[in-house]
Design a protein around this ligand. Structure first.
Ligand SMILES: *Cc1c(COP(=O)(O)O)cnc(C)c1O
Length: 426
């Protein structure tokens, strides 16, 4: 990247692509190929020496193209461009967010290790942590956003596996209530503390899907690895499934090596779609955030709404505000709110929306709405759900790029429809 132009969005159209290697095509073609021709046998030998770690790369040497499970130009260019947003040494792209997450957990956790993870966490991640990891002898401990560092330490000690702490896995802001975890606090006062005490590396991994690569950069706040479901903001058009991991070279080499053997890399075609998405990432996310702020303010004023969970509405005296100021650069485009009433009113509202689509997932150009308690978070332990305010009243909106007035108009008419139903029932 040319150092003069520091903003990643200026590099999303060109970075890492050499037109002269593709007949001068201004856009990177799709390299829909399984294998690559070596110029000579000596070249093939030399590429494999690097791929299998038999010798170190020369300072200017790039990994030669061998086979598309190991490497492919679409993957490589996508990884180079994604790395710019989080100022990461390297990035690895996967066929889904879940494959990115499970590969990281499998690479850095061994039988007997302790994993500390934030609650609530994405349903698929929660299942992998609570149902798969214990089967291979990994101990897990969930922590909550309102717990102090001291309380977390006490909980870790109580597990009896404090000497085997190997990873802190965080999702902040939490889905769906936007509760925050203090990344640098947990990294320094828990991660570094146990690392020193146990003389055992503690990896801090942050699933940054909810903020995308624009509003939060975990690597600058003590995280060793940042993970994404690229299905969400990065893809941004609800037309693909993909994932990404980024961080410093030594860790990324391990992640990429396991990816080679699990074979869960992204396809060239999906990588190409993501290259296209990246060109408008900043534009889309800026607009989504502007829209979300206005929608949240509208909801706050509405008497059908009991409570709004949105980072753009946090007041300086509220819990989480200082953490928000420290680690986020914007409030995002995910809003949850409690509707006055219960499941009946929530469902009437959801069924009455016309422009906003009733579907799970998030971060796309179209606005999406869903009911966490009976949909995305239906599998979460009810006790736990209560603690984090996921009740029958809660509705989650992922705000898209539509005209602001139209989104608000749709919400307004849906509230009216709920009112009408109430009248007809009474
Ligand atoms: C969607 C999502 C995932 C899983 O990603 P897939 O691309 O669906 O595999 C993981 N974490 C978060 C926060 C998500 O929203």
């Amino acid at each position: 990247m040319e150092n003069k132009f520091k903003n990643p969005e200026s590099h999303m159209m060109t970075h890492g692509y050499k037109p002269e290697l593709s007949e001068g095509a201004v856009k990177c073609p799709i390299f829909q190929t399984s294998t690559f021709v070596f110029k000579t046998a000596e070249e093939g030998k030399s590429f494999f020496e690097i791929a299998y770690g038999l010798r170190e790369k020369e300072p200017t040497e790039e990994l030669g193209l061998i086979y598309s499970r190991i490497n492919n130009p679409n993957l490589e260019i996508l990884e180079n461009r994604l790395s710019l947003w989080d100022k990461a040494d390297d990035c690895a792209v996967f066929e889904s967010g879940m494959s990115a997450i499970s590969t990281v957990l499998l690479e850095f956790l061994k039988p007997g290790d302790l994993l500390v993870y934030s609650n609530p966490t994405y349903g698929g991640t929660d299942h992998f942590i609570n149902h798969f990891l214990p089967e291979i002898g990994i101990h897990t401990l969930g922590i909550l956003p309102n717990q102090s560092i001291e309380e977390v330490k006490t909980e870790i000690e109580k597990t009896g596996h404090a000497n085997k702490l190997a990873m802190i896995y965080l999702e902040t802001p939490a889905n769906p209530n936007n509760a925050l975890f203090d990344m640098s606090g947990l990294s320094e006062q828990i991660g570094k503390y146990y690392e020193k005490r146990n003389d055992k590396q503690v990896i801090v991994a942050v699933d940054n899907t909810y903020m995308g690569p624009i509003w939060q950069h975990p690597l600058e706040h003590g995280a060793d690895l940042t993970l994404y479901s690229a299905t969400k903001y990065i893809g941004g058009h609800s037309d693909l499934i993909a994932g990404a991991v980024m961080g410093r070279q030594e860790l990324m080499t391990r992640v990429k090596t396991l990816r080679t053997f699990l074979g869960n890399m992204i396809s060239p075609n999906t990588a190409w779609l993501l290259l296209r998405s990246l060109e408008t990432l900043k534009l889309r996310m800026d607009k989504q955030c502007d829209n979300a702020q206005k929608v949240a303010e509208y909801l706050l004023e509405n008497d059908k709404v009991e409570k709004v969970y949105y980072l753009g509405l946090l007041h300086p005296e509220e819990q989480g505000y200082d953490i928000y100021q420290k680690q986020c650069t914007g409030p995002g485009a995910m809003i949850s709110f409690d509707i006055v009433g219960g499941e009946k009113e929530a469902f009437e509202f959801l069924n009455a929306l016309k422009l906003i689509k009733l579907a799970v997932s998030l971060g796309s150009t179209e606005s999406l709405v869903q009911h966490p308690m009976t949909m995305t978070h239906a599998g979460v332990d009810p006790e736990h759900r209560k603690k984090i305010n996921i009740t029958e009243k809660m509705i989650r909106i992922s705000v898209g790029v539509e005209n602001t007035e139209d989104i608000i108009k749709d919400i307004k008419q849906a509230f009216k429809a709920v009112d009408k139903k109430e009248l007809s029932h009474s």
